[in-house]
Ligand binder design. Structure first.
Ligand code: ZN
Length: 324
């Protein structure tokens, strides 16, 4: 069955790239609503707004979190509506929603970028589980991969193959000795996302930080919300949460980006040096041919293996660390 939140949950923080402070409220939504953003700062400009949400500025404020609304961006995932109104850096939030099996939500936000919080998905997961998750009376419709689909760019590869549940296989290769080559494979059932991936933080190289700042990006980036590597050293105080935190974070990003398929994916995703843009190209390639996939209502056998089904507070890494 589809799920939504029991009650609304709010977050305040800065965007990683804009550095802008925003307030965001994730509201419950009816079955079959899906995940939508609403830019309430755009709505507020609509003085005398009509019921369609189109007012004096003529701009619609609602943006669907769906693959076809993704606009090209290398560093994060951005969704945009037909009026050019967008929300960026949605991937950790959409990963948390998928990882908690929350299929329906309306996310009100008063700026253009989701708060980065600690750079991982755990603060979102923690708040969602505290609010509680409510079952709805409509079956989940999953996207079953029927044929292998692959996209490449240079040395980067992203691929989807048939499988009975979402599995993620990821490999990263960095020159920095502190990152190096890392590989992991996970079946995303039984709370695996929350336990194994949710607390892994965004990472970057010191050289990237300098380059991004020059381009006016990563303005909200600090050592509290991103792990910074320099050569063979971890710059961030406190070090890593997992020895292979970078590859785990790339898998977290993949869960968030794949959740934009419009329903949970039943298939094996393989990423080699892949990123947000390539995963979105993969979804576009998947949906370009109706022979590649089938939308199916989940039986309880399949539904029980979806990411987030049966997840509970005890799966949270911070709770597990305290208990250990
Ligand atoms: Zn990320």
């Amino acid at each position: 069955m589809q799920n939504t939140l029991n009650t609304a949950v709010s977050f305040t923080g800065v965007g990683l790239h804009t550095g802008q402070s925003v307030r965001m409220v994730v509201h419950p939504a009816p079955a079959d609503h899906g995940i939508w953003f609403r830019r309430i700062d755009i709505l507020a400009e609509n003085t005398g707004a009509d019921n369609n949400g189109a007012g004096n500025n003529g701009l619609r404020a609602d943006i669907p979190a769906i693959w076809s609304a993704v606009t090209p961006s290398r560093l994060c995932t951005v969704v945009e509506n037909a009026d050019g109104v967008s929300v960026s850096t949605i991937e950790h939030l959409t990963a948390a929603l998928a990882g908690c099996a929350i299929h329906n939500a309306l996310i009100e936000i008063d700026g253009g970028e989701v708060p980065i919080l600690d750079g991982s998905a755990e603060p979102f997961v923690q708040a969602f589980l505290a609010a509680g998750i409510r079952e709805q009376a409509v079956e989940i419709r999953a996207v079953r991969v029927l044929k292998t689909v692959e996209v490449r760019e240079g040395e980067a590869v992203a691929r989807l193959e048939p499988a009975d549940m979402l599995e993620i296989d990821f490999r990263i290769e960095f020159e920095e000795p502190a990152i190096g080559t890392q590989e992991r494979h996970l079946r995303m059932s039984n709370g695996a996302f929350v336990r194994e991936l949710s607390d892994s933080r965004t990472f970057c190289r010191q050289a990237d930080v300098d380059a991004m700042r020059e381009r006016g990006l990563a303005l909200g980036g600090t050592l509290d919300n991103a792990v910074v590597f320099d050569g063979d050293r971890v710059v961030s105080p406190g070090g890593l949460r997992h020895e292979d935190e970078p590859v785990r974070h790339k898998m977290l990003d993949a869960v968030g980006d794949l959740s934009l398929a419009g329903g949970p994916i039943l298939g094996l995703y393989t990423g080699i040096r892949a990123g947000h843009a390539l995963t979105n190209r993969l979804l576009r390639a998947l949906f370009a041919d109706p022979a590649n996939f089938r939308i199916e209502e989940c039986s309880s056998r399949i539904g029980g293996k979806l990411p987030g089904i049966g997840v509970h507070r005890g799966d949270l890494p911070s709770v597990r660390r305290r208990a250990a």
